[in-house]
Design a protein around this ligand. Structure first.
Ligand code: ADP
Length: 428
């Protein structure tokens, strides 16, 4: 519910911002375009006026002023027109082929007083628009005339208004699209956050459950101590306290990793030698179950990694291999490298993992078959999730292949050169 509210707020804010941005772009670009178009027309009109004035003045020099028949111009064209007046009589006229419109335009020109060389706009019937400029001319004998040039911008304005309607529709569609896309991406992001939160909640509830069990056992032993002091009870109490301390320590590690509080301490070291040492140490434990550890480790694999964390990762995998293998079996540890990656493989011939469990074993507190796992010892289901976290911190990968009853192979790939120091965990 809370997330739905956040999503709605996010989408609303995001859509308002996008809308404002698109509307500003629409307004600014329209203004710039209109300015450029109108300036170009004004300049052309001014040039045209100069030409017509020169011609009209030349005409005035003649002994007899001729009155030309009007020339008709298509009302729907963008052509420019000129009208010359001499003593208030039209001597030259380029007029529109629409008589009613022509009549209205001429009336408008005759009734208005225009300042010379200034641009004016005339609208007729809301449908027709004209830009015009005028200039007075003088004949030799001082007679006054006038030249008016007109640009029919009706067609252009019609085109511009339909262009802006298309443009505004496109903007509207973009706003609607961004609203739906925003909704979709916000929902996806929130789903992801929800999954992480769910994991976190499960982790907290599992952790509390795990802590409650030793606490109740300790309480029971303490009550027992009230009645009878016995070494055995004290011993049991100590065991529970130390298992609780171990669990608390592990939980603290997860919390620190999750909050990215532990930067990796990357150092360059010889992984091949390191693996051999770890194997020797583990062999002592393996002897207890008469398990032999066979190695096939490529020489001189140099790696940049956090040595302590890699050790922890190897111990988790080897410890599990030992825990879940029967006596008198063999564990194989192999390592090789390619151009960029070191690949470590730990193969056992133990109980294996059922297909239904495989996808969960890296989750915190997950233990496959409870009974079988408990037979293998007091595991908490935290080892593999820690191994997963350490691998991810190193920008590496961990995966498992396993057949129930036959054994498991865990493969860890680690980049040879790691530069990243910190990592924010969003995973298991
Ligand atoms: P645990 O402390 O229970 O071993 P882990 O996180 O290390 O916790 O392992 C999770 C579960 O994965 C174990 O409970 C076990 O069922 C299964 N598992 C891990 N490693 C192996 C293995 N090598 N062979 C068989 N099962 C394994």
């Amino acid at each position: 519910m809370e997330f739905d509210k956040i999503r709605r707020h996010l989408v609303l804010k995001y859509t308002v911002v996008i809308t404002l941005m698109l509307i500003s772009v629409l307004c600014i670009s329209s203004y710039m375009h209109l300015r450029t178009i109108y300036t170009a027309i004004e300049e052309t009109l001014a040039d045209y006026l100069n030409e017509e004035v020169r011609e009209a003045e030349r005409d005035l020099q003649r002994p007899h002023i001729s009155i030309e028949p009007p020339q008709y111009i298509n009302s729907n064209s963008n052509a420019m027109m000129s009208i010359w007046y001499y003593k208030n009589q039209i001597t030259h006229a380029e007029i529109l082929d629409n008589p009613a419109l022509s009549q209205k335009l001429l009336e408008r020109i005759n009734n208005r007083k225009y300042k010379e060389k200034t641009i004016y706009k005339e609208n007729i019937n809301d449908e027709w628009s004209f830009l015009l400029m005028s200039q007075n001319i003088k004949s030799k004998n001082g007679q006054i005339g006038k030249v008016v040039v007109i640009s029919n911008i009706s067609k252009m304005e019609r085109w511009l208004s339909s262009f802006f309607i298309y443009f505004a529709t496109a903007v509207l569609l973009l706003i609607i699209l961004s609203f739906f896309l925003g909704n979709f991406f916000a929902a996806r992001a929130i789903r992801q956050i929800n999954i992480i939160l769910d994991r976190q909640k499960r982790f907290v509830s599992d952790a509390s459950h795990e802590l409650r069990t030793p606490l109740s056992i300790m309480l029971a032993y303490t009550e027992l101590l009230e009645h009878k002091h016995s070494k055995k009870t004290l011993q049991k109490l100590k065991e529970e306290i130390s298992s609780m301390a171990e669990l608390t320590g592990k939980l603290l590690q997860f919390a620190r990793f999750d909050n990215a509080q532990v930067p990796l301490e990357i150092e360059k070291f010889n992984l091949s030698q390191f693996l051999n040492t770890v194997c020797q140490d583990t062999s002592l434990l393996a002897q207890k179950k008469n398990i032999s550890i066979k190695t096939d480790i490529e020489d001189n694999i140099e790696i940049g990694a956090d040595k302590l964390q890699i050790k922890r990762l190897l111990y988790i995998l080897l410890d599990n291999a030992l825990k879940y293998s029967p006596e008198n079996t063999e564990i194989q540890l192999s390592a090789k490298k390619n151009k960029t990656t070191a690949i470590i493989r730990i193969k056992d011939h133990g109980c294996g993992i059922a297909p239904k469990d495989i996808e969960h074993i890296f989750e915190r507190f997950y233990r496959a078959d409870e009974a079988r796992s408990h037979n293998a010892g007091q595991g908490l289901g935290l080892g593999l999730s820690m191994a997963w976290l350490i691998t991810r911190l190193h920008r590496g990968k961990i995966n498992v292949e396993s057949t129930s009853g036959q054994g498991s192979t865990f493969t860890v790939s680690l980049p040879l050169r790691l530069k990243i120091q910190t990592f924010i965990n969003t995973g298991k």
